[in-house]
Design a protein around this ligand. Structure first.
Ligand code: NAP
Length: 266
């Protein structure tokens, strides 16, 4: 059986999450990685010697090219690589703010835009996607993305809010967790004890969510009338928790729209 080539450019946070996600189902793939930083390359070469590693992208004749580089570098990178990529290669872009329309002006290939988060590292991601072709070319959605997590097609116009909610999503929960740890610490626990409590909650949450209850029902299950949880929730409400969260998601959405404009004007 001919193996599908997967080319990953950039081994930062997301590129390494892709690479590690692939390790559990890599038998049908030939994985090639491109990263400028030699120290980073060496780490992964030692960890996964079965893959191919390069500092520069040369010829890409087939398969899928996954762009795991910062938005600010993409125009320059395409200037360097567009003539070395065969037209049969599927371009997969998780780059925040980079529209399919923008990429198709740089290269005339099939393009799938995705917005994963770092949970793809252990095959538990959620991968919203939008594409400029009809079929499931190379079975990339069915056989590849679905192994990295769950997938769902969205209209591309929703990508800025999807980026804010889902792409950046883990950061919102880490920021909340960090504040909880600090609160426990301020109220007498050691930092380590407080961190242990918060970690245990986070690790247990998937079991609670698995009940299928919606979030308001889950909240109701934790609180009792005039109890401790209700006191805390009332305080959150009085301190405009809803507005704080809405503002953060709006700012992140806006930044995604701005990034897109900046990329277009470069
Ligand atoms: N992190 C996330 O959770 C997440 C989620 C969804 C989407 N994304 C998107 O994914 C992209 C990557 O994000 P990230 O957080 O992984 O960024 P990152 O940690 O900065 O990783 C980018 C990596 O690409 C390398 N690189 C830059 N130019 C290169 C080139 N020409 N050839 C090969 N490697 C090159 C960088 O090396 P140097 O450091 O040496 O420049 C760096 O190691 C971004 O566009 C972001 O919008 C990220």
């Amino acid at each position: 059986m001919v193996k599908t080539e997967i080319h990953i450019i950039g081994l930062g946070n997301l590129g390494s999450a892709f690479l590690e996600g692939f390790t559990s189902f890599d038998e049908n793939y030939l994985i090639k990685v491109y990263e400028l930083n030699n120290d980073v390359l060496e780490i992964y070469k030692n960890k996964y010697p079965e893959y191919k590693y390069h500092t520069n992208l040369d010829q890409v004749k087939s398969g899928v090219l996954i762009l795991c580089v910062k938005p600010q570098t993409i125009n320059k990178i395409f200037d360097q690589i567009k003539y070395t990529i065969h037209e049969d290669v599927l371009i997969c872009s998780p780059i925040a703010g980079l529209d399919i329309d923008h990429i198709s002006k740089l290269i005339n290939n099939k393009i799938i835009r995705i917005m994963p988060n770092l949970l793809i590292r252990n095959n538990k991601g959620f991968i919203p996607y939008s594409k400029n072709y009809d079929d499931d070319y190379l079975d990339f959605i069915q056989l590849t993305l679905n192994n990295l997590g769950d997938t769902k097609e969205f209209s591309e116009k929703y990508f800025p809010v999807i980026t804010a909610l889902s792409g950046s999503g883990p950061a919102w929960f880490f920021a909340l967790s960090n504040e909880l740890v600090k609160a426990g610490n301020k109220l007498g626990l050691s930092n380590q004890e407080s961190e242990l409590l918060v970690n245990k909650i986070i690790n247990g949450l998937p079991d609670l969510i698995a009940s299928g209850d919606r979030f308001p029902e889950l909240i109701k299950k934790v609180k009792s009338p005039k109890g401790t949880t209700e006191a805390g929730l009332n305080s959150l409400q009085n301190d405009s928790f809803d507005t704080i969260i809405l503002d953060a998601i709006e700012k992140a959405t806006q930044r995604s729209i701005e990034l897109s404009k900046e990329l277009k004007s470069e």
